[in-house]
Design a protein around this ligand. Sequence first.
Ligand SMILES: *Cc1c(COP(=O)(O)O)cnc(C)c1O
Length: 449
Amino acid sequence: MKKTYIAPNIERNSAGNMNKYGAKSVVRHQDSIEGVLISNLVKEYGSPLIVLSEAQMRKRYRRLHDVMQMHYPKVEIAWSYKTNYLGAVCSIFHQEGARAEVVSRMEYEMARRLGIEGKDIIFNGPGKSPEALRIAIEESALIHIDHLDELYLIEKLAKELDLVPQVAIRVNMDTGIVPQWSRFGFNYENGEAYRTVQRLLSGKAMKLRGLHTHIGTFILDANPYYWAAKALLDLAQKIEQDHGIVLDYIDLGGGFASQNTLHSQYTPGEFASPSFDQYATAIGNAFNESSYVSKSLPTLVLETGRALVDEAGAIISSVLGKKNLPTGERAIILDAGVNTTITAWWYKLKVTPTRSFPGAYQNTIFYGPLCMNIDVIRPAVPFPDLHFGDIVLISPTGAYNNTQWMQFIEYRPKILLITETGQVELIRESETLADIIGRERIPEHLSKI
Ligand SMILES: *Cc1c(COP(=O)(O)O)cnc(C)c1O
């Protein structure tokens, strides 16, 4: 019998190169998540699969809360819905004691559905609709004002409803971060923030409860938080001196980096990202230096999203095929792409085989299943050979992927939660055609083809 011809092919063996840290690019395999065998998950639930760890979320929340409390006793965390608004995920953080931090009517309604009362909802967001503001005022949510038109609108609604809205002012400032995030709220340095406070107070329509800033995201230096805290505390002091108003809270927003590694970063995230303790020290220093704090003891609010949930998430994905690219790199086609894992555009995600592979490494690019050249889960890394049906783990992916995911070409997969006791819970069913077309209408004249 004649054998099928396979063209000869030379592969460059890229194993054995040491990085700056003297570590070899050895790809270790991982066959389980939180003690649950990955192969069993795929057998039972299929592929791809999004998996979240309850224990990781609770651990990181408690760690952040405890570490911050060592520096300043009055700390509250508000869960940033847009980071991951799966009901199960939000409920875990609410059980831990988090308030809800929402930025739209949709997120507001999500928090209310989970039983969070208006008074425990922080309503941020640069574009709140009049309807959303009306509900937030009626339910005494904490509304963080972004711009003057919003302030005027809240005044108007307050009169109409004969209620006193509970508000804070969003402030932006130079904390040394480039590019400076100046689109949210009112500027500190040019006096706009203080003038807005004066305008707000002269309107006598609402109660100023706090000050807020969100200086950026994935901030790889703890110092900007020192400057941010200092600026808000100085502003609070001025408000007290000039108007006799003592604020309840200072909200420093989110932005702590997870352990992921940005594409632009050479140093791996585990080494480059500040620890919770470094962020907490920077903030604690500003609070403990402030005479305003020693008199008034405002609550410190953090809206940490990414750093609490990124490491709690991973995607299990299967190899659909492979090919050799003209560049000499190997391409692996996975069944999960940037549709499920959009943070692949920002991070060098870790791709981990789920069984050991002997043999040579070759530079390998991981593509997803989408018809987009930019559907890359991971640009070239030295990797052992994989075959059809092999399973890999992509991580960390817990932050911003279940909210920014795209319903493009593919159905979205199942999401599993591994509970603290190692049980597997299905927390979101995979989509079917009915989910995709359920809200469509086909006009009568197009109903026959
Ligand atoms: C997105 C956002 C957060 C959470 O930011 P992370 O970088 O995920 O910690 C917090 N507060 C506000 C106002 C936000 O927009």
